[in-house]
Design a binder for this molecule. Structure first.
Ligand code: FMN
Length: 244
C-alpha cells in the first residue's frame, strides 16, 4: 500500500482474529516503530510482544489488577478484563522507558513512544493487518506495569491489538482539514507578554518568527523584530519597552 493511502485509510477494526502477523512480519512492524522521531536518540521505547498462550497470563494480570482497583465491581467485570487479552492474536504493549536527561524531558520520551505506537498501527495496516490502540485504566496501573517488567517511572503508551479484521474497515466521518488549521492571527501574543518572554541577555525574541496581520489588536513596532529593542504598544493602549 502506498504510504499516503495507508495514512488516510487507517481505521480501528471492530474485531480482530487470526491470522496475526508472523514473527518476521512482526519484526518489520517493529522496524517501523523504531523510525519514530526520538530526541537525543534515547530510544525510550519498550515493546512487549504477547501472543498465543501468553495472552492468558496477560488476561490474569488485567483481571487481578482490576480486582484491586475496583474491589466492589459487579461480578463478571474482572472476567471482562481478562477477556480483553484475547481480543486479538497479537498484542504489542508499547511503553516509554523514561531516563533522566537534561535536554529531553519525560514528555518528549512519552510522545516518542506514542509516535512509535502510531507507526505500529500504520505499518500493520499497510501490511494488510488490523490494529486497535487501547489503554484503559490498566495502562496506568503500577501493578500492571510491574507485572510487565516495566518500572514505575515508565509509561504505557498503549496496548496495540493486532490481527486480521473481521470486516471491511469503516471509513471515519469526514472532517474538513481546513477547519482545524489556524494561521498566525490565532496567536494571542501581546507586546506585554512579549516583554515577559524575553530572556535576560537574549538578543532576539524566541517567538519572533511571524508578523501579526495589520488588523491585529496588538501593534508591533518594527524595532521589535530582529532582536533590536523598541517600543511596543499594548492592546490596552499602554506602551512598554521590550528591552531587558
Ligand atoms: C492513547 C490512546 C488510547 C486509547 N485508548 C482507548 C481505549 O482504552 N478504549 C477505546 O475504546 N479506545 C481507545 N482509543 C481510541 C481508539 O484506539 C480509536 O482510535 C478510536 O476509537 C477512533 O477510531 P479510529 O482509530 O478508527 O479512528 C485510544 C486512542 C489513543 C490514541
Amino acid at each position: 500500500m502506498e504510504a499516503y493511502e495507508a495514512l488516510i485509510t487507517r481505521a480501528s477494526p471492530l474485531t480482530l482474529g487470526e491470522p496475526a502477523p508472523d514473527a518476521e512480519t512482526e519484526l518489520r512492524i517493529i522496524a517501523a516503530a523504531l523510525r519514530a522521531p526520538d530526541h537525543g536518540r534515547l530510544r525510550p521505547w519498550a515493546f512487549i510482544s504477547i501472543r498465543g498462550e501468553d495472552r492468558l497470563r496477560l488476561g490474569e494480570i488485567l483481571a487481578s489488577s482490576f480486582r484491586l482497583r475496583e474491589p466492589s465491581a459487579v461480578a463478571g467485570a474482572a472476567d471482562r478484563e481478562r477477556q480483553k487479552a484475547l481480543r486479538a492474536p497479537l498484542i504489542l504493549v508499547v511503553a516509554a522507558r523514561i531516563t533522566d536527561n537534561p535536554k529531553v524531558p519525560a514528555i518528549e520520551q512519552i510522545i516518542s513512544a506514542g509516535a512509535a505506537a502510531q507507526n505500529i498501527m500504520l505499518a500493520s495496516h499497510a501490511l494488510g493487518f488490523g490494529a486497535m490502540w487501547k489503554t484503559s485504566p490498566a495502562a496506568y496501573d503500577p501493578i500492571v506495569k510491574e507485572a510487565l517488567g516495566l518500572r514505575g517511572s515508565d509509561h504505557i503508551a498503549g496496548f496495540i491489538y493486532i490481527g486480521t479484521s473481521g470486516a471491511a474497515l469503516k471509513s471515519a466521518p469526514p472532517i474538513d482539514s481546513a477547519t482545524l488549521i489556524t494561521g498566525a492571527q490565532g496567536i494571542a501574543a501581546s507586546p506585554c507578554q512579549t516583554k515577559r518572554l524575553f530572556r535576560p541577555g537574549a538578543r532576539s525574541h524566541p517567538l519572533i518568527a511571524y508578523r501579526l496581520p495589520a488588523s491585529s489588536e496588538n501593534v508591533y513596532h518594527s524595532g521589535q523584530f530582529g532582536g533590536h529593542p523598541g517600543l511596543c504598544r499594548c492592546s490596552d493602549g499602554s506602551s512598554s519597552s521590550n528591552e531587558v
